[in-house]
Write a protein that binds this ligand. Sequence first.
Ligand code: AMO
Length: 447
Amino acid sequence: MNNRTLVKNLAALPDGPVTVSGWVETVRDQKKVQFVILRDESGAVQLVNPATREVDENADAEASARLATTEAISALAHGSFIRVTGDLKHDERVKLGGIEVKIGTLDVVAEAHPETPIAADSSLDKRMDWRFLDLRHPKQNLIFRIQTTFLHALRTYWVENDFVEIQTPKLMASASESRAELFEVGYFEGTAYLAQSPQFFKQMAQPAGFGKVFEVGPAFRADPSFTSRHATEFTSIDAEVSWVESHEDVMKMHEELLVAGFTAVKQKHGAEIAELFGIELEVPTLPFPRIPLREAKQIVADRGYVIPRDDADIDPEGERQISAHVREALGHDFVFLTDWDISLRPFYHMRHPEDLTLTNSYDLIYNGVEISTGAQREHRIDVLVEQAREKGLDPEELEFYLDFFRYGVPPHGGFGMGLARVLMLMLNEHSIRETTYLFRGPTRLLP
Ligand code: AMO
């Protein structure tokens, strides 16, 4: 480890001895000269070896060593991990970064099978089977560097704004969202459920007096669908804050947070994103557009798309349509759809003071796909119990949650946002399978 130089740092070094380690991407084994492209987590570099194909009996130790290295390179399988000490040389003629390393010694640290199970044109499913190899590609590698930068920026925003980080339990005694998408697990003599959202426990931090909280953690949904945006386990980004006056306050915090995340990603990775994804990443402008859902549905209808189900919901094509409208009319990639009908929202959403058929809630749509739901919560216990009953829930089952509201609680609100969806839309990828380290779906539990 000690004297290993990352490939990305080679260009800044003067000509001279270096050690690089990584895996073999390609080998060009010519008669007189051999080239190896070595890649590590930071980039790729060309290694060169003047080939020594044979030596006579009187050859010295150095010539014998050169023969051994030449033979080792001829036998190198793609993907093998190697360590090379050699001479760094700056040379403008080298296409790959204008540098190359002349091989001195080469250790094959871990040999790979000569047949790689996946290729560039393998299906997504096959690539998922071999995810550890798939992730070696620079594009995939970049996705998780972007994720790191993005989450770091969100965390910085939260810390600077006095949020407290919480880790809520994922083993639950009851459902946190709909009962339909609930995973049951055997729990000693009884049954536990996997958390679908940190919803109840992030709200609990409000009567606990924490003020503002956030969590980045797993959420589980027993959703049997195979869409590009659904997983059975996903990383949920959650925030919940006290003393909001309406969902407007939640949206303000939410959009500021996203701008912080996008700014950091553009700053650090803008050039690489342009190179590998062909995208000029835009930092969204503030404020994001807000459109009440009913108005959005009218806009979508006026564009000629009739949402098939005649309830108050918006479907995926409707989301694409409203996004297209917002892009054309307002030049924005994000839109908050606000004021959802009570029939479409869970019992814990607060209702509009002036129109009790609507909730103080929103969905955030980014490039045509929902990435988040947020709301002001109902904190008045009598109203909350009534709303639970109306939804056909048994308040007795919810006693532990309802207790949060019986001993004093400030008004509050928050949101939950799927991390992989944000990254998918940011990078114009087709599926959250690409932007999830290890995807979990109805037929995927491996690797
Ligand atoms: P909701 O159920 O809308 O709201 O989920 C919030 C966000 O989580 C992501 N998401 C998913 N991502 C991948 N696969 C899934 N199966 C999946 N389900 C949801 C989406 C979605 O927008 N408790 C509320 C949030 C709140 O009000 O604070 C909730 O969970 O990006």
